[in-house]
Ligand binder design. Sequence first.
Ligand code: ADP
Ligand code: MG
Length: 474
Amino acid sequence: MSDVAGKTVALIRGNAEYQEASLEPTPEVLNLWKKVHNDMRTEFGEAIFRSWLKPLKLQAFYHGTMEVSVPTRFMRDWIQNHYAERILAMCSESSEEIKRLQIVVVQNAIIDDEPFNSAEVSKANQNKKIDISEISSPLDERLTFETFVVGKPNALAHAAARRVVESASVPFNPLFLYGGVGLGKTHLMHAIAHAIEEQNPDKTVMYLSAEKFMYQFVKAIRSDSTMAFKEQFRSVDVLMIDDIQFIAGKESTQEEFFHTFNALVDQNKQIIISADKAPSDLSGIDERLRSRLAWGLVADIHPTTYELRLGILQAKRQQLGADVPDSVLEFLALKVTSNIRELEGALNRIVAHADVSKQEVTLETTQEVLQDLLRAHDRRITIDEIQRKVAEHYNLRMADMHSARRARNVARPRQVAMYLAKMLTARSLPEIGRKFGGRDHTTVMHAVRKVEELIEADAQIAQDVDVVRRALTG
Ligand code: ADP
Ligand code: MG
């Protein structure tokens, strides 16, 4: 045991193959165990098998040791004293490589239908909760499905999250959610966890960031408790790992996660992962793991649209019970486009300011309170830059942005550029019009509305706008 951990430490220092340190039983050993386990029925008789031996589970195989688990200490001692010797002999008969049998307590090893000792079991379940809660991060109670506003950009991810909660079985494994910063990945994960816990309090849901996963893993290695670490992770019903991109380049953590992942998938336990990119785009993550991550349902959360931003602001206004005019919400939805966290932050600031200053919230106070934020947004981007980026994206010439040509392949990109100019700068409509070959402000307004509409209706345009916006703001 300790030399196994030693090897893993060595790996972390970068000079040993992790495979060697792996405790995962190979398919051969698994098959052998299945056969031996089955033979125990005839060897010991059905009654003993059902009372004691059926819950035995193969956990690991290392250096000639078969490690099997039972759910309680009491069972372990009983099996140790009465049947262990014979079980080892049965194993050794099947393979000379097996030299030792180690029986460990995995407190929530699945107990099928046998009511052998319910007091022990419920105690085990209590312990299990305590163990898990040491690792699992606390859930934010505000992040629920009720407070999650659904719109086009997050509809798929939301529907997938609901499926996970509502399905009797595991609908897809893993559920992989990805999208940019502050777009609601963590919110959705917490919402799933709350809903599952509400529906089914017996289920163990573990939620943590990939960073914490790594921290726990390294801590387990240092304290020689990798087995306990493995047990804790393999005993959950639902495992959620947030921001998996964090373990890019962390090879041993990835390896460990890969095994945990496979073990849980094998047991048909739900896994939910979030990341800032699609599995195939996660650099620094092992190819094997990347392909596994894409096995289930991959759902992306798109950058917000004006409609969604407005919807979120309206919901938030209601939650805060604050008196904020629609015009202010519309202004914010138009101006604060980077992400939802920033949008919420802006509304909170305005409401807090109104509270403290005992002033009403108006467009003017809003502009004043958010001066720095709005300026930071505006300062960076000029209409020239926007035109250049849009032209580049659509393979047009800069002159096409100013020209009078009305062919669709030129006019549409030009409208996109006007839209972005309105969204990303503080320029007024007439100012924008002037920059686009002296067009009228109504032309600009029309372009802005048109592109808003298209973003909702046409995924290609939505993506184009998004790509250019990211290029400009990123
Ligand atoms: P991510 O994990 O993708 O970086 P978060 O889930 O932390 O983003 O979301 C950032 C903030 O925006 C949180 O306060 C969250 O509650 C809020 N938020 C995100 N999406 C929505 C939504 N669809 N409806 C309401 N609030 C949202
Ligand atoms: Mg997050």
